[in-house]
Ligand binder design. Sequence first.
Ligand SMILES: C[S@@+](CC[C@H](N)C(=O)[O-])C[C@H]1O[C@@H](n2cnc3c(N)ncnc32)[C@H](O)[C@@H]1O
Length: 352
Amino acid sequence: MPDQLTKLAYQTMQQGRALLGVTHKEVSTRLMGLLAPDGTPKTVPIPPELLASLRQAMDSLHERDWQEAEQGLYPPSLLFDAPWLDWASRYPMVWLDMPSTWSRRRERNVRDLPSSVDLDNYPDYYLQNFHHQTDGYLSDHSAALYDLQVEILFNGTADPMRRRMLAPLLRGIKAFADRPAGQVRVLDLATGTGRTLRQIRAALPKAQLVGLDLSSAYLRQANKWLSQLPGELPQLTQGNAEALPFADASFQAVTCVFLFHELPGEARQNVINQAYRVLEPGGVVVIADSVQLADSPQFSAVMENFRRVFHEPYYRDYISDDIGARLAQPGFEGITAQSHFMTRVWTARKPR
Ligand SMILES: C[S@@+](CC[C@H](N)C(=O)[O-])C[C@H]1O[C@@H](n2cnc3c(N)ncnc32)[C@H](O)[C@@H]1O
């Protein structure tokens, strides 16, 4: 059972992560203002009351993260799991990458992708530099920086936010409690570099895990991270979440973290329909993504700034989208949603 000292260590570490993230963004924004002023986006001012309520929501997220570890949903060691040395060695690359980000921003060039990529293999909406990312999602360079960039962007809360899908996932697969744990199959859509699968592996050490993503470069990075873990290596498959290469009813759970805000509405619906198809009756889907205007109107300025600072072409549409209605379309039932800091988590069940 984790003790108060460990809790203090966790809280202190999270404060340190937040400080590092805020400092990095402050310094890089000033540098951009000096060196690339015409690329600097105009942001909405964040009033002190909003900052205070963001801090409060962040504290609640950490408290929930701590409590769920204490309840045994996942090992407390997961709270401290981060590749610090690796990130430290990659950090200079984040700075070296910035000038090309600034120039794309200045030139409003959002389709600056590696020439080696066969564009016919991807849906058109995907062929962009999301968050002005060098090479979009389509190179090892991009995959090498992604986790660290997300760590900085969310001030160290990315994993605590991802972990909020674990409680509903564990609750959902209780429907299959009569099966040996090794026969439960969980599919993580848009698995990226595997950070979500890493959280799931810690909570479900015996389950069969499968990760799918459109980017083979990101899957290569996921393979590197995940092969360091004990237990069976998750199966990693390159593919489009809108047309899953899996049989009907072949999974007991489907998860999807931080994908929906990067999809046009029609693609969001296609992904939900596919999740429904590959789930066994009684199976659970858990989707985590940005909070939305309807559930978190107090954070609307933060959502607006996110859209202005990063190239996120579908975000404005996403924050007004009714994901509950989309889940109901193919027939999902028991649809619930909860917000944790900047993340909203939807859970739903395919009827038996
Ligand atoms: C913002 S990242 C999220 C990655 C990961 N889930 C995480 O928590 O960090 C979005 C991911 O979605 C993938 N992606 C985007 N559209 C996709 C699609 N239609 N099918 C499969 N993967 C997709 C991208 O390649 C990228 O890895």
